[in-house]
Write a protein that binds this ligand. Structure first.
Ligand code: NAD
Ligand code: IPM
Ligand code: MN
Length: 373
């Protein structure tokens, strides 16, 4: 029997809370579908810092490079906000992304019909919404050199005497590979890609636009390609999101645009993601799955966290890492059913009401729905 190796990194804040619910789903698939998962668990973020003095131990990094897939909860929190930059929890996550070379971050935003009235936008704007943001994840201003905070003592005009530097840097190869990922995904969807940058003010944006166009013209002429400035893109996402199918964009714009897209679905607690790299020896992409949300310190430990983003991230793992597309569909249907039944964590509670449930009860309901389908 094939075993499917999975490294779970719950992380900080609500990370461990939502991961407990994913564990229930994994157990259900093992017991009821005979799928063997070889699950190991380790520390990342503040939890790793507390034990090792750094946000990701080298052994954990090595393990992440060995397994079929990694599932990460969330990192960060106020207890770690004043740490030295190099050991902040977020550095652990960024190291995983960089060293696994996970250049394509797929952030789908789908509006479940049961939540269409709950979104802060009107039902007719979000109903049936199904867009996919492909965010470049291993380069750009997140990693570009030079970077740092330096003294600027020689500049008498500069009150305070310091300068903070980050560099937006993209190579043509980095742009082409994420563009290919976006075009490939579009071919399986509505065949449309919109590329977002700020070519009007940034040279890296000009290069981005030219290289995406190059990949289109030479390799994917059959896919419809458009270009948009990212600020207009943010506005269009809120104005008429259904105009988009696949959006491809850089690391920072993708971070911001995907949080905005989360609200089209009703809650940040709904948005899963898959971070994919080059194929491994088994033919599947190197991969880490992570909800789009963070560690949510404001609700940690209160049973309020919505585990759906993390559970749907596991569904993406079933699809992209384990070739279990039917099982992924089943899990997504179970989530849809629970929402249609009016089951709601606090973040999904609107004036129209529903059955209020805790994090743990939401996990139980999804497992019940899996058995009922
Ligand atoms: P956040 O995503 O943690 O929270 C933003 C808001 O959304 C909060 O009000 C929170 O309660 C709510 N929220 C988030 N996830 C939710 C869920 N599953 N269910 C219900 N409500 C949810 O963003 P933040 O407050 O800006 O950041 C907090 C910490 O998390 C910071 O340290 C940040 O760096 C980190 N962070 C980590 C990741 C990650 O690990 N991938 C992502 C974003 C932020
Ligand atoms: C995300 C987060 C991360 C990012 C942080 C925590 C490093 O906001 O995954 O969206 O900025 O990429
Ligand atoms: Mn983010």
């Amino acid at each position: 029997m094939t075993t499917h190796s999975l490294l779970i990194l719950p992380g900080d804040g609500i990370g461990p809370e939502v991961m407990t619910e994913v564990r229930k789903v994994i157990d259900w698939f093992q017991t009821n579908k005979g799928i063997a998962f070889d699950v190991s668990e380790d520390l990342v973020g503040g939890a790793a810092y507390d034990k090792h003095g750094k946000p990701l131990a080298d052994e954990t990094m090595a393990k992440a490079l060995e397994v079929d897939a990694v599932l990460l909860g969330a990192v960060g929190g106020p207890a770690y906000d004043n740490l030295d930059f190099s050991v902040k929890p977020e550095r652990g996550l960024l190291r995983l992304r960089k060293e696994m070379d996970l250049f394509a971050n797929l952030r789908p935003a789908q509006c479940f019909d049961a939540l269409a009235d709950f979104s802060s936008l009107k039902r007719e704007v979000v109903a049936g919404l199904d867009i996919l943001i492909v965010r470049e994840l291993t380069s750009g201003v997140y990693f570009g050199e030079p970077r740092g905070i330096h003294s600027d003592d020689n500049n008498p005009q500069n009150e305070g005497g310091r300068v903070g530097i980050n560099t937006q840097r993209y190579t043509s190869g980095e742009i082409r590979r994420v563009a290919r990922a976006a075009f490939e995904l579009a071919k399986k969807r509505d065949n449309r890609v919109c590329s977002m940058e700020k070519a009007n003010v940034m040279e890296s944006g000009i290069l981005w636009r030219e290289e995406v166009q190059w990949v289109h013209d030479n390799e994917y002429p059959e896919v419809e390609l458009s270009h948009m400035y990212a600020d207009n893109g943010a506005m269009q996402l809120v104005r008429r999101p259904s105009q988009f199918d696949v959006i491809v964009t850089d690391n920072l714009f993708g971070d911001i645009l995907s949080d905005a897209a989360a609200m089209l679905t009703g809650s940040l607690g709904m948005l899963p993601s898959a971070s994919l790299g080059a194929p491994m020896a088994n033919g599947r992409p190197r991969a880490m799955y992570e909800p789009v949300h963070g560690s949510a310190p404001d609700i940690t430990g209160q049973g309020k966290a919505n585990p759906i983003a993390c559970i749907l991230s596991f569904a993406m793992a079933l699809r992209y890492s384990y070739d279990l597309g039917a099982e992924a569909d089943l899990l997504e249907k179970a989530v849809e059913k629970v929402l249609a039944d009016g089951v709601r964590t606090a973040d999904l509670m609107g004036p129209e009401g529903g059955t209020p449930v805790s994090t743990s009860q939401m996990g139980d309901k999804i497992v019940e729905a899996l058995s009922a389908l």
